[in-house]
Design a protein around this ligand. Structure first.
Ligand SMILES: [Zn+2]
Length: 314
């Protein structure tokens, strides 16, 4: 049976269950706490994160894809402390977000691809934890460095078979630009999740991504500032009526710790931006909008399984 790498080692893809496809556990400014360690309390944050993840598991989440990259403060040894305390599968990623450090900015496509493949085949930073996805980001628009990163992700994907998951900026339709680059690298676009697609109600744009074979990530539930939950739900319901439940995955892009926004401010401004919103509010709203249980299962169980179980280099 196909296996997917998680923080706890390989897991049979048929056992990943209800899967949130774009989340984070801890996002922090890389380098800051190494230089000013008194600015946070890592033990308290580890305990807090473990508690939230256990609550997510109790709410019905079996697996979570943590798309935290180097430039979002990826810290696999710290994440390991959390993963050891929880009963949820955490799949981690290699790749780069939209703030690549200068070392990465000057690398060639092949050198970057080697770095990504190292995370997938050898493991991350000596932890033995292997990446199960490749993350890239294009916002506000693609530039030369970004294109190099996208080509490197495409090459690492084709060498390993590990899926690509992206961050896009819907206002500039950067998902289409990413697919153009991947296509020119010979990527099977059904191995790509075009993320943050749920930030728009433009079903023509979303259908154009699906028609090219890709999955779309309806993955920022709870960030109502970008698009309110009701509009995200209506867009998914419309796409389901168009027959596309087999091409969408759901998530919140939430986290336990995000140093751009203090805990109290986030709780006040975005009360639904957490791992529970989909189970608590979104699924009932989708069903009220006519989405069937089978379509919910496709978006939360079958599509994630299919994304991870197609494997091997090509
Ligand atoms: Zn994210």
């Amino acid at each position: 049976m196909p296996l997917v790498n998680t923080m706890r080692g390989p897991v049979d893809t048929s056992e990943i269950g209800f899967t949130l496809m774009h989340e984070h556990v801890i996002i922090r400014s890389w380098g800051v706490y190494e230089n000013w360690p008194h600015l946070w309390d890592p033990d308290a944050e580890v305990d807090r994160a473990a508690k939230l993840l256990n609550q997510a598991k109790a709410a019905g989440v079996d697996t979570m894809l943590d798309l935290t990259t180097v430039d979002l403060g990826r810290d696999i040894p710290r994440l390991k402390q959390i993963a050891d305390k929880v009963d949820i599968n955490i799949i981690v990623a290699t790749g780069v977000w939209m703030a690549p450090p200068s070392y990465i900015r000057r690398q060639s496509v092949d050198a970057l691809a080697d770095m990504f493949v190292h995370d997938i085949e050898e493991g991350i930073a000596g932890t033995g934890v292997r990446a199960g996805a490749i993350k890239v980001a294009t916002e506000p628009e693609m530039d030369g460095v970004n294109e190099t990163i996208l080509r490197a992700a495409a090459k690492a994907h084709r060498r390993t078979g590990v899926p690509i998951s992206t961050h896009t900026f819907v206002r500039n339709k950067t998902g289409s630009q990413q697919l153009d680059v991947f296509e020119s690298e010979g990527v099977d676009l059904s191995r790509v999740v075009v993320g943050h697609s749920g930030d728009t109600t433009d079903t023509a744009y979303l259908e154009s991504l699906i028609r090219r074979g890709s999955y779309i990530g309806m993955d920022r539930f709870g960030i109502d500032r970008l698009l309110p939950t009701a509009e995200r739900v209506a867009t998914i319901a419309a796409l389901c009526r168009m027959g596309h439940a087999g091409k969408m995955v759901l998530s919140h892009d939430a986290s336990c710790y995000f140093d751009a926004i203090p805990h109290a401010l986030r709780a006040a401004n975005t009360p639904d931006w957490n791992y529970f919103h989909i189970h608590k509010n979104v699924i009932p709203a989708l069903m009220a909008a006519g989405v069937s249980q089978a379509e919910i299962d496709a978006m939360t169980r079958e599509n994630p399984r299919r994304i991870f179980e197609t494997q091997g280099s090509y």
